[in-house]
Design a protein around this ligand. Structure first.
Ligand code: UDP
Length: 358
């Protein structure tokens, strides 16, 4: 173990625990757990009002960063006055001597740009597909100067970048003890995620309406106008919005569902909710696009269907009961445990250390 003391850098789009950071929030939590189990010391720098169980959080004030999904590919970088992102990195420069490795989870130009100006090595775990020209070219420059320091979650995600061969694919991991297996579901399906256009909620609602199976929606309403519009298109659909829930409360309801629907319009980098569902024994019916095309095994842990095709979704939903829920849980245990996640992360850190010492 070359790097023992780790400093995580959280997303600057929102405080940890609030939901604005999407899957990154759970990833940070699970990554910290996986590494602490292996004897690492982990602390996090995050926006003010962040909450994360039993972890030292350095809370930093300032204006939150705008989500990258709200911007266009060619947009310039926007840094507000009193930016939390800039404040976080200023603070990291003051305390970096206390750590061996900085692990960055933010998808931001500044975090990449600053890499050569820090005394300690920075590992970047990229949780988005290619969405911004300027971020892409800054990742490429970072890789040139510091090979192996940039990792992603999946192959589909990596291939959205022109320099994909240089990216390490690490998948992800989950604290399985937080999710209970449920063999006998109730008669409803679940849709879980930030409510925002790129997540394609409308297709799941359309499929629920045709299938006549109730759909429960869980997640933060990030784009209220979009949500209202989707609801107005399907006023009679059997859907119910259940709010944004903590992981323990989410899994209580997710595990009772017959299936999780995942209908993203974008190349979802990983899609944490797929492995959360599997951990509860819930099959996933998803578009064959992005992370789910790797996490879901068609016909075994759910169904992968042609993207943006509602009839294909409906057909797959009609076959949900053919999936063995115990196999879904087993797959989660086999591939996404904290132990296997910790091993993959350690392999990555060792690669970085090798290059640093070369
Ligand atoms: N989530 C949650 N409570 C909810 C709904 C969602 O904590 O009520 C979390 C969920 O556990 C997952 C994240 O929101 O970790 C969504 O992450 P995902 O990777 O699926 O998509 P992203 O938001 O990153 O696009």
């Amino acid at each position: 173990m070359r790097y023992k003391r780790l400093l995580f850098v959280s997303t600057p789009v929102g405080p940890l625990g609030g939901g604005l950071g999407g899957g990154v929030e759970l990833t940070i939590n699970n990554t910290a757990k996986a590494l602490r189990q292996r004897g690492y010391l982990v602390e996090v720098v995050a926006p003010k009002n962040s909450k994360l169980e039993s972890l030292v959080i350095h809370q930093i004030g300032g204006q939150l960063q705008k989500s990258i999904q709200e911007q266009s590919r060619a947009d310039p970088i926007i840094i507000f006055d009193d930016s939390v992102l800039a404040n976080m990195w200023q603070y990291i420069r003051e305390i970096e001597h206390n750590y061996d490795l900085i692990v960055n989870f933010s998808f931001d130009w500044l975090s990449l740009y600053l890499t050569p100006f820090l005394k300690k090595p920075v590992a970047h775990l990229i949780s988005m597909s290619s969405l911004s020209n300027v971020i892409d070219s800054t990742i490429a420059k970072t890789l040139k100067q510091f090979p192996n320091t940039v990792a992603v979650h999946g192959m589909d995600q990596s291939k959205t970048f022109s320099f994909w061969e240089q990216l390490l694919c690490l998948s992800n991991g989950l604290d399985l003890s937080q999710y209970n297996f449920c063999a006998k579901p109730e008669n409803y399906m679940a849709w879980v995620g930030r409510i925002s256009p790129e997540k394609g909620l409308e297709d799941a609602i359309a499929a629920a309406q045709i299938s006549k199976i109730p759909l429960r929606i869980f997640g933060l309403i990030q784009d209220r106008e979009y949500f209202d519009r989707v609801c107005s298109i399907y006023p009679d659909a059997p859907v119910e919005y259940r709010g944004f829930l903590s992981t323990p409360n989410l899994q209580k309801q997710l595990r009772l569902s017959r299936a999780l629907l995942m209908t993203p319009r974008w190349v979802e980098a990983f899609g944490n909710v797929a492995i959360e569902a599997m951990a509860c024994g819930v099959p996933v019916v998803a578009y064959r696009r992005g992370g789910t095309s790797e996490t879901v095994q068609d016909g075994k842990t759910g169904y992968l269907v042609e993207p943006d095709n509602i009839s294909a979704l409906v057909l797959a939903i009609s076959r949900i009961d053919e999936i063995d829920r115990a196999i879904c849980r087993k797959q989660a245990e086999l591939l996404y445990s904290l132990e296997s996640w910790g091993k993959r992360l350690e392999f990555w850190f060792d690669l970085i250390a090798e290059k640093e010492n070369a």
